[in-house]
Design a protein around this ligand. Structure first.
Ligand code: F6P
Length: 371
C-alpha cells in the first residue's frame, strides 16, 4: 500500500459502472467529511467521461460539490453524478486507420486531465471494472481510493459491497409475492436475478424467500435433477414451486447465456431464466413462467444496512486520503472498515464458496441446486 503525505487540496469523486443503491449516501459522506477537513470537492460526470470528453458537458464535466449539492440525498437511489458502463478509458472504443473499431488505452490522457484540472486525489465508487481503472490511475501517480459498489457483491477482499443488501431485500420481497400466485395457479415461477458470474443475490434471496431450487454460476446445474426435486413437492401437498436463477447460471457442460458483447464494456447477460423455464416445463408437466427482476434490483432507496455502510465507506475513504493512502479500497472487515490494496480487490472475482454455511443451510432445508 502506497503512502503519500503530500498535501491534498482538491478531491474528485466519480461513480462508474451499473448504479447501486447507496451511491448518493457515499457521495454525501465523502463531501461532508472532506469539507469538514478543509478539502475542496468536485464530482466527475458519468464515470470518467466528464474528464475524457468535457465537450459533451456544456454545464461542465467536473462540477463543484458543496454541502448544498449533497443535502437530502442519503436515501435516494441512482447517483447525482451520473454513471456509465461504456467507454472504459483503458479500453476506449476507437476507430483505427482501417475504419475498424478497436480498444485503445487512453489512461494517460485521463491522468493529464486530472493534472490540468488541479485534482490531487480521487475517490472512485465502483465495481471491479471501475476500481481496476482507479488502480491504473493510482499506479500512474494519481492518489486514488476505491469504494466497493455493486449489487453483485463480487468484489474481493471486502465482506460486502454496498447495494447488495438492497438488491437482496427487494428480490426476497418479490419471491414472497410470487408464492401466492404460483400456488393459486399451480405453476412453477422461475425468477431470474442479476449478479453476473457470482450467485450471491440468487443464493441469499433464494434462501430468504423460500425458493425450492436455486441455480448459481458456481454450481452448473442438471435440469433433470431440478425436475426430480420439484416432482417431490406434490407428495407433500405442494403443487407449485419457485426456482431462482442467477443470470450467470449455466447447465452442466453448457455456457452462460450472453446477449451481446460490445467493445469497451462487459458482455450483457440474459435469458438464463427463460432457458430454465423452457427446459423444465416438459419435465415437470406444469406451466413454467419466467419473471426477470433485472434492473429493478438496482432501483429504490438503499436499506438501512446499505445507507450505513455507504456512509461508513465514504467517511473512511476521506480518512484514508488524510492518512496518506493511495491505491487502496475501503473494505468491510467486521466490526471495522479497513484498507486493502485495490490490486488485490480487483484481481479476482469473489464467488460463492461452495462450502459456505448459506449453501449448507440451503441444502439442509431441502433446496435443490440442480447438482
Ligand atoms: O454489475 C451490476 C449489474 O447490475 C449486473 O448484475 C448486470 O449483469 C449488469 O450490471 C447489467 O448492466 P447494464 O446496466 O449494462 O444492463
Amino acid at each position: 500500500m502506497v503512502k503519500n503525505k503530500t498535501k491534498i487540496r482538491k478531491i474528485a469523486i466519480n461513480t462508474g459502472g451499473g448504479d447501486a443503491p447507496g451511491l448518493n449516501a457515499v457521495i454525501r459522506a465523502v463531501v461532508v467529511s472532506a469539507l469538514n477537513k478543509g478539502y475542496e470537492c468536485f464530482g466527475i460526470r458519468d464515470g470518467y467521461n466528464g474528464l475524457m470528453t468535457p465537450g459533451d458537458y456544456p454545464e461542465g464535466g467536473l462540477i463543484p460539490l458543496t454541502r448544498r449539492s449533497v443535502r437530502g440525498i442519503t436515501h435516494l437511489g441512482g447517483t447525482i453524478l451520473g454513471t456509465t458502463n461504456k467507454g472504459n478509458p483503458t479500453k476506449y472504443p476507437t476507430m483505427g486507420p482501417d475504419g475498424k473499431m478497436y480498444e485503445k488505452d487512453r489512461s494517460d490522457e485521463l491522468v493529464a486531465a486530472f493534472k490540468k484540472n488541479g485534482i490531487d486525489a480521487l475517490v472512485a465508487l465502483g465495481g471491479d471494472g471501475s476500481l481496476g481503472i482507479a488502480n491504473v490511475l493510482a499506479e500512474k501517480g494519481i492518489r486514488a481510493i476505491g469504494v466497493p459498489k455493486t449489487i453483485d457483491n463480487d468484489l474481493d477482499k471486502t465482506v460486502i459491497t454496498f447495494g447488495f443488501d438492497t438488491a437482496v431485500s427487494f428480490a426476497t420481497e418479490c419471491l414472497d409475492r410470487l408464492h401466492s400466485t404460483a400456488e393459486a395457479h399451480r405453476r412453477v415461477m422461475v425468477v431470474e436475478v442479476m449478479g453476473r458470474y457470482a450467485g450471491w443475490i440468487a443464493l441469499n434471496a433464494g434462501v430468504s424467500g423460500n425458493a425450492d431450487a436455486i441455480l448459481i454460476p458456481e454450481i452448473p446445474y442438471d435440469i433433470n435433477k431440478i425436475a426430480a426435486a420439484l416432482k417431490e413437492r406434490p407428495k407433500r401437498g405442494k403443487h407449485y414451486a419457485i426456482v431462482v436463477v442467477a443470470e450467470g447460471a449455466k447447465p452442466r457442460g453448457g455456457a452462460v447465456s450472453v446477449v451481446s458483447k460490445e467493445l469497451g464494456r462487459a458482455e450483457k447477460l440474459g435469458g438464463a431464466g427463460e432457458r430454465v423455464a423452457r427446459d423444465l416445463e416438459p419435465l415437470v408437466g406444469k406451466e413454467c413462467r419466467t419473471v426477470v427482476l433485472g434492473h429493478l434490483l438496482r432501483g429504490g432507496s438503499p436499506t438501512t444496512f446499505d445507507r450505513l455502510i455507504s456512509l461508513r465507506f465514504g467517511a473512511a475513504a476521506v480518512r484514508a486520503l488524510e492518512e496518506g493512502y493511495s491505491g487502496v479500497m475501503v473494505a468491510l472487515d467486521p466490526p471495522t472498515v479497513r484498507y486493502v490494496p485495490l490490486k488485490d480487490a480487483t484481481s479476482r472475482m469473489k464467488v460463492v464458496p461452495l462450502d459456505c454455511d448459506t449453501i449448507m443451510t440451503a441444502r439442509d432445508l431441502g433446496i435443490s441446486f440442480g447438482d
